[in-house]
Design a binder for this molecule. Structure first.
Ligand SMILES: CC(C)(COP(=O)(O)OP(=O)(O)OC[C@H]1O[C@@H](n2cnc3c(N)ncnc32)[C@H](O)[C@@H]1OP(=O)(O)O)[C@@H](O)C(=O)NCCC(=O)NCCS
Length: 158
């Protein structure tokens, strides 16, 4: 995938120079920390914190699943986020997280735009209605709203 070699400049100075690598077991602790960040729990419907064993099982499943990819995002020497891609039959389902300490610098918009620019075929994403930042990330990547159901917004890009 060409995004691993990307090194584009962007108008937002703090979102420049992102690169990507495929997640491995070595990223497990970081991913669990992010998954249990209060902002992420709120964005996923305020579910209770994920336990370590449950997380390990989830990660192992994803890493072994040929239809799933977890792209870790690096900026300089820091790992700043993750983009998850599930290759379904008719579309790719995309979700994303930026590390709490790196939010608000344009990284979310930039990383999702970069990953989705490399994918061919229709894309889907779901976002909680209250998640203003994530709505902007989806819009910036060219997604359009096609369904608004209870607290969830459904986005697509054809
Ligand atoms: C959603 C998330 C990925 C955004 O990442 P980010 O790097 O902070 O986003 P950006 O800096 O690219 O900002 C995106 C836009 O949202 C705006 N924004 C950022 N934080 C915001 C907030 N708390 N409220 C409203 N708008 C916000 C920014 O101003 C920017 O808008 P602009 O493009 O008009 O300037 C990040 O907040 C996150 O990981 N949250 C927890 C997990 C999550 O919600 N995942 C998404 C599930 S679908």
């Amino acid at each position: 995938m060409r995004i691993s070699d990307h090194n584009r400049k962007d108008s937002h100075p703090n979102s420049a120079d992102l690169s990507f690598y495929a997640a491995s077991q070595a990223d497990s602790d970081l991913l669990l920390t992010w998954a249990n960040d209060p902002g992420v729990r709120a964005a996923s419907g305020d579910r209770p914190p994920i336990q370590y064993a449950e997380h390990e099982k989830w990660l192992e499943g994803i890493l072994q699943d040929p239809h799933s990819r977890l792209m870790m995002v690096r900026q300089a020497h820091a790992v700043v986020g993750v983009v998850r891609i599930i290759h379904a039959v008719e579309y790719h389902e995309i979700s994303w997280t930026v590390a709490p300490e790196f939010r608000g610098r344009g990284i979310g918009c930039k990383m999702v735009a970069m990953v989705t620019a490399e994918l061919s075929g229709p894309l889907r994403a779901t976002v909680e209605k209250s998640n203003a930042a994530s709505i902007k990330v989806a819009q910036a990547a060219g997604f359009e709203l096609y369904q608004d159901k209870e607290n969830v917004l459904f986005y697509r890009r054809n």
